[in-house]
Write a protein that binds this ligand. Structure first.
Ligand code: NAD
Length: 359
């Protein structure tokens, strides 16, 4: 099977590509524009494989995309390419509309034409897997309700996105489902909670806190830090994606989550506790570096995924608990300074950027 992965140089995309090369016999075509978030260093362990191919292409460029499909003739498309950082979407929504909505539209149109021309037997087996986020469901908590008793997000929860990022992802989800309903394109959609793990770009909460802590910088926490997110170790997500694309039912949506609801302040304190243990400071705790800063505009209080369907129907469950995954993540950042040093000295702009939230 040949899988075309868009956004394979990003955080989750690179975990998926590494998983596919190391654990399956699939060929992988990585289509990535290499924005600030794309990093081929994250693929150095697999890029020499004869089953790995890279195409530097913008998904908004239909002509270049068509050429990639002609050249590689994939059996499956897994679409991860996106602008993914909420703070950036607040400071400049335009690129999010362009890549997440227009880019998904361009890709869908190229895929539709390609799929339509496939021989019958390949046409039936073809899949377009759209990878999306739980943020499309919006805020699980009414602003005045901290009881946490509202039901978790299921696959039938109504969409209510709050940020330009989540609204653009919601739009792309709608486009993908419309291309199935209208044109019969065989799609599957997944909506996943916050990911964390190795090779995570250090503008996101967990890597930012690890690296700021190590560098003696402040550990900024939005508001009072009581925003709740469900956390999933990125390699568990990669396994879930492969499970859905190979075993999922066409037309279905699967929510993917880690059963790890944590308040942001708990996440930051857990990282500090691990660092206190594995790399103690000469004096005091890393927790002394925590500072509270003004909250992000439109900040959702709580996201939480009900991942019962993927577990019941496809047999997937996460292997890592939050603490086992977090320990692995901290260890990886301690051992891979060369990777994050190059990333951290790159582009970084915007007044809210760098405070750290997962997306
Ligand atoms: P990322 O920002 O780390 O990576 C995105 C990748 O897409 C980069 O390699 C970038 O170069 C590429 N890209 C961006 N614009 C492109 C374009 N126009 N053409 C081609 N490539 C382009 O993102 P991520 O965290 O790995 O997220 C991947 C996908 O998973 C996204 O669709 C995101 O919405 C979704 N998701 C992320 C999370 C999370 O916690 N990070 C959770 C759920 C869903």
């Amino acid at each position: 099977m040949k899988i075309l992965v868009t956004g394979g140089a990003g955080f989750i995309g690179s975990a998926l590509v590494r998983f596919l090369i190391n654990n399956t016999s699939c060929d992988v075509v990585n289509v990535d524009k290499l924005t600030y978030a794309g990093n081929l260093d994250s693929l150095s362990s697999v890029s020499a494989s004869s089953r790995y191919f890279f195409e530097k292409v913008d998904i908004c460029d239909s002509i270049a995309l068509k050429a990639v499909f002609v050249k590689h003739a994939p059996d499956v498309v897994m679409h991860l390419a996106a602008e993914s950082h909420v703070d950036r979407s607040i400071d400049g929504p335009s690129q999010f509309i362009q890549t997440n909505i227009v880019g998904t539209y361009c890709l869908l149109e190229v895929v539709r034409e390609y799929w339509h021309a496939l021989p019958l037997i390949r046409k039936g087996a073809f899949r377009f897997h759209h990878i999306s986020t739980d943020e499309v469901y919006g805020d699980l908590t009414h602003p005045d309700d901290f009881s946490g008793t509202l039901p978790l997000f299921t696959e039938t929860t109504s969409y209510a996105p709050s940020s330009p990022y989540s609204a653009s992802k919601a739009s792309s989800d709608h486009l993908v489902r419309a291309w199935m309903r209208t044109y019969g394109l065989p799609v599957v959609v997944t909506n996943c909670s916050n990911n964390y793990g190795p090779y995570h770009f250090p503008e996101k909460l967990i890597p930012l806190v690890i690296l700021n802590a190590l560098e003696g910088k402040s550990l900024p926490v939005y508001g009072s830090g009581d925003q709740i997110r469900d956390w999933l170790f990125v390699d568990d997500h990669a396994k879930a994606l492969f499970c859905v694309v190979t075993k999922g039912t066409v037309g279905e949506t699967y929510n993917i989550g880690g059963h790890n609801e944590k308040r942001n302040i708990e996440v930051v304190e857990s990282i500090c506790s691990i660092l206190d243990e594995v790399k103690p400071k000469t004096e005091g705790s890393y927790k002394d570096q925590i500072v509270y800063v003004a909250d992000r505009p439109g900040h959702d209080r709580r996201y939480a995924i009900d991942a019962t369907k993927i577990s019941r129907e496809l047999g997937w469950t996460p292997e890592e608990t939050f603490m086992t995954g977090l320990r692995k993540t901290v260890a990886w950042y301690l051992e891979n300074k060369s990777w994050w040093h190059r990333v951290r000295t790159g582009e970084y702009q915007g007044t809210r950027l760098g405070l750290g939230e997962n997306s």
